[in-house]
Design a protein around this ligand. Sequence first.
Ligand SMILES: [Zn+2]
Length: 433
Amino acid sequence: MPTATDPTSTTNPYSNRIVLTTYPSQSVANPIPLTWGSSTAATRGPVIVSRSKTTLSKRNAIGAHGGSYSIYTALAIASGDLEPNFRPNFLNTQPTFNFPYQDAWGDRNKIVSMDPFGHDIVKHYSQYLDEGIDVRPTIAVTRATMRVSEITDAITRGRIPIDGTIVLNSGGDVKVTKVAVEPVWYLPGVADRFGVSEKDLRRALFEHTGGSYPELITRPDMKVFLPPIGGLTVYIFGPPERVSDPRVRLALRIHDECNGSDVFQSDICTCRPYLTFGIEEAIKEAQQGGSGVVIYFRKEGRALGEVVKYLVYNSRKRGGDTADKYFQRTENIAGTKDMRFQALMPDILHWLGITKIDRMLSMSNMKHDAIVEQGIPIYERVPIPDDMIPEDSRVEIDAKIHSGYFSTGKPITEDDLKQVKGRGWESWEDVTH
Ligand SMILES: [Zn+2]
């Protein structure tokens, strides 16, 4: 019996003629209508990206599900581990909390980088699923109990009480609602946010992904693109219905991934300390009847990736790690000091129904400005407490404050920056001087 991995296999899941791209005038281009910004899921229409034989003509979006993991799906199919026409069984996968409809869900300008109906496709699009059309969720809502050692420590030290509802015990178990979101881009809206033309955006995306998505060029009628990038996760402390309640105080931390610090606790930056401070403040706000939200974006190393990040670390440590040269080191290697582009970040706030932020647990002027530009006021900004800043990360934080990060401390001058020096490599066995 031949298998999918057998080179002599005669079972071919694909048509013999490879469709490299499609054009709006072709008979294979008969997309199911997708009207971004429609106020109901039914009038908006499902997002369909599958190129299977049954949906190739009905596709109304470019790209693939899974964000950066879409390539693993292809690998699983190529290796024979996954049936190309596999369809998920969605039994019992529905959200643990029904986020109430927000006007922003039906506003094509307010949400441009996620599918506002992506969490409830079984409820909204069952007729398509019944017809065998591959509609997939791009948002999932679940609940969990989590434990972070710094929170356990805060409980031990008496900073966080055990309330039995949010904080369950002295071990530090904390109840949380989690929302995972994969990126779904409405290209005209994304172009708008960056002040570029949709055509230029499409061309750049096409050219700089090795020409992977030719329909970005040939199908201007398809406006939605599922890019191969990481998404985000929302952590909600306290009852999730409070998040969109304007009468309730909200503490918010927007955090961009830093695996080296967040998980492995390297001390060259303030990422994990600020993250755990954000979680602590979010829990406290929820315990006082408010709401606490931490949103974790997969944008490793300012979205430059860990390879670039480590190259920058080396150039810093070998070139004399002073704060005045901090950004220059990154720019020398990456050509820019940051690729996180906070312009799309506020979409998730609109989706959650957040209309104001009482306490913003972030010093980033870029995050602040992006949120305020989207019409969401921030009443208070809370810097990371000084005693939580690891010694070797002073270089980074002072360089950031000098460049515009919010701080309640005294202003940092260019001369000050020259004096702020990171740890060297002197104690390493291969470094003799
Ligand atoms: Zn970091």
